[in-house]
Design a protein around this ligand. Structure first.
Ligand code: SF4
Length: 333
């Protein structure tokens, strides 16, 4: 009988799902991905998570619950670190325990620890543990992993070219339609934030699509050169040891240095400790350091779309007006 593995369409999903989906499919498992976030999933999450959790963690719980009776295992790895000497947010580290304690009667979780602070030998052991849910054959497991890694590299290249994985829809032909089209003279806006906020259409209130409907050239951190981002964060007086935070803040610094965007929108989650620091630092770099218009949108389960729309329209109007009337001079002198 084919083993069914459920992958929640939330949190690390937008960064890594082609890797894990390919890995398990190569091993012969059936991979079931939860549907894109919707009101019911959000409601499930809100009811089954501690109040203090941030919106993305609540959404993750909703996705897990939506897979509960459909699969043999649910993929909830314990992600400690994906770069040496760095960490993911503490909520990622404790995710399997949070899920297990919040939602009763779940199928077994695939909750293996991913920790790049350990040796390469331990990485191979980790890959074997992930694969052993489907087969005990190490040759098959490492072959599947190599294939998955190639698919993942390809995915990252496509995202860099502007094929944004909105709601994770990259398997269909949508990827062709989404390719970045640069219209001469088009406004260029950077959207900074965690991939699971930016690419989840429900959580982001369709932000990327709204910008694209306005014929805006959208830039996200995943499209920028990682080396340039790292060079910027190396200039910080202290190492930013949160990987996602480093990527977002480094992107803001890089864009502020180059000054080649017309505006920056920072999409943040209410209750996120990391965002509360990097959104302020990003604003200082962008607005005060480089006079790039900056809009902070903070979302939680109570945020109304109408309010976000109004702020977005006003922001875009202001940039348009500034481009028309100020050349490159600030109204503030
Ligand atoms: S980084 Fe922030 S938004 Fe992401 S899981 Fe952690 S607290 Fe939540």
């Amino acid at each position: 009988m084919t083993i069914k593995i459920g992958i929640p369409r939330a949190l690390w999903f937008y960064d890594y799902f082609p890797l894990w989906k390919t890995f398990y499919e190569e091993l012969g498992a059936e991979v079931i991905i939860s549907e894109p976030t919707n009101k019911q999933i959000l409601d499930y999450g809100v009811k089954n998570t501690v109040d203090e959790a941030c919106l993305p963690v609540k959404i993750f719980h909703g996705h897990v619950l939506s897979l509960k009776d459909k699969v043999d295992y649910i993929f909830v790895p314990k992600m400690m670190s994906v770069y040496e000497k760095e960490y993911i947010c503490p909520k990622f580290c404790g995710l399997p325990e949070m899920v297990d304690n919040s939602i009763p009667n779940l199928p077994p979780l695939i909750d293996i620890e991913i920790n790049f602070n350990r040796s390469r030998k331990s990485l191979r052991k980790t890959i074997y543990k992930f694969g052993s849910y489907v087969t005990k054959n190490p040759i098959k497991i490492f072959k599947a992993y190599d294939k998955a890694l190639a698919v993942y590299e390809d995915y990252r290249e496509n995202v860099k070219l502007g094929c944004l994985p909105l709601d994770g829809q990259v398997e269909s032909n949508e990827i062709v339609k989404q390719k970045r089209v640069r219209m001469p003279g088009a406004m260029k806006i950077a959207v900074l934030g965690h991939s699971y906020n930016v690419f989840d259409n429900y959580a982001s209130m369709n932000l990327i699509n709204k910008l694209k409907e306005n014929k805006i050239d959208v830039v996200v951190p995943e499209m920028l050169d990682m080396e340039a981002i790292n060079c910027c964060t190396d200039l910080l007086p202290k190492k930013m040891f949160w990987s996602f935070g480093r990527k977002i803040l480094g992107s803001a610094m890089h864009l502020a240095d180059k000054k080649d965007v017309d505006g920056i929108i920072f999409l943040s989650s209410f209750g996120c400790g990391i965002d509360s620091i990097i959104e302020d630092l990003s604003e200082r770099k962008a607005r005060r350091g480089a006079e790039i218009p900056y809009l902070l949108i903070t979302v939680d389960e109570h945020t109304g779309e109408a309010g976000v729309n109004t702020r977005l329209e006003a922001f875009l109007d202001m940039i348009e007006w500034r481009k028309r009337n100020e050349s490159d001079l600030s109204a503030h002198g």
